[in-house]
Design a protein around this ligand. Sequence first.
Ligand code: SF4
Ligand code: SF4
Length: 201
Amino acid sequence: MKKSPKSRCASCRDMECYDGKDCFELSDLHRSMYQDPYISKLHRAATAIEGRHYCQEPRISEIMLFAREMNFKRLGLAFCIGLSEEARVIEKILSREFKVISVCCKVSGIAKGDYHLEQIRPGKPIEVMCNPAGQAQILNDAKTDLNVICGLCVGHDAIFTMQSKAPVTTLITKDRVLGHNPAAALYVRYIRRNLLPDEGA
Ligand code: SF4
Ligand code: SF4
């Protein structure tokens, strides 16, 4: 029987799609989505890098391999000011092979107060807002081939991704509490049980 496309794959125990099962009878539609030449090219390159370097390279090297496979020349780096030290190292590494255009989240220095945004420190006269749309605009203007996210906040990363003309990949996912390793919340039972109190993990 055909399952509802609203089925929750994450709760599936079978994972038979791994062996070719088409649970939702959507494979024809999904195949057609790879007929777009650019999507097809990105997909071919991503799959090649996965296959050739499986479990052999850190993500930053995989990004460089992917960019090389795509013959990309110009990489954008959209970083959070809180990870500016990391951004400096990333820029240095990527610049060995690519033209890198990096943009800080506070670019343009727009005060949160101008938009009545909530501040981290409410009494502070000027607290500058993160400006992910502006980061994307600058990188769009620079005609980057691929944009790399370094530690943008939850939601700001969504805006950046929506506004970016170039494809976007994430190198560092910010987690201010867990050393930028959000998956640790799932592995550490003391944290997990706060997130799933009913399971008494
Ligand atoms: S077999 Fe795969 S596609 Fe089908 S429900 Fe399970 S996880 Fe989802
Ligand atoms: S936006 Fe200005 S202050 Fe911020 S990192 Fe870039 S150059 Fe420096």
